[in-house]
Design a protein around this ligand. Sequence first.
Ligand code: SAM
Length: 258
Amino acid sequence: MKDAYSYPEYCDVAYGWDRSPECDFIERCAERYSGRKGDSVLDLACGTGIHLREFARRGYRAAGIDRSREMAAFVAAKAEASGLKIDCSAADMKDFPAGGVFSFAICMLDSFRYLLTDRDIAAHLGLVSASLEDGGMYFLDLWMPPSEIDIAWEDVSWSRERGGTKVDARYLQHGRTYDPADRTFEDELIFKVESPAFGSTITSRARTRMLLYGELCRIAGEEGSFEPMGKFYNFDFDEKGAYNSRHIRTNIVLKKRR
Ligand SMILES: C[S@@+](CC[C@H](N)C(=O)[O-])C[C@H]1O[C@@H](n2cnc3c(N)ncnc32)[C@H](O)[C@@H]1O
């Protein structure tokens, strides 16, 4: 069976909640930490391009990469149908053609956790840095427990419907697969799709990393391109981030050194 990420039309329904508050917060971070709002964005592991479409509508030059060819083709087709200009190519976050000089970069909804080793993260940071203006921001959005002894494994379900297609979605983390030696574990997406053209369950199961903030700061420090500027929660400067919720999002701002 094909991986769920090979079905962008259903991912776009499942992930199709309003991302404009997330984009508002990203713009506020760019202004606060780069000193200006910027005019261009690069999205790493952009999926169906939900953030890219929102930024393109706001007037940004928008570009993204995703490992899935189907996702990249979907982003291009959807942009064209919406009258937006978005460049998207199929590439791996660890090894993509850097360049383009963007104001800021983003990596949303846990995609950064696909970088499994310190080496992969360092290689990725080097490539993102080579694609940014000096002082440009790299914004991360991911699940990140405060420590290894304070892990609340996620198991979240939601449903979304659009244009006659309904997706019952579940995202779960298989805590029993956690390996403390390299801090990786398996997570899984399960989409039960019902539409006139398709009725099946599609899944994606992959090894991902439980990255801690201190580890990210250490790797970024050793790699040298970025300075960590702060850690926030749920796209809100005022959110305290008490780790009592399974749905808390951690937002990290890195700034490219001049
Ligand atoms: C959870 S989705 C997030 C999509 C999007 N960022 C969002 O916020 O809706 C994860 C995406 O990461 C992509 N992906 C997984 N591993 C990748 C890699 N090594 N390089 C680039 N993209 C990758 C998948 O194809 C998928 O589209």
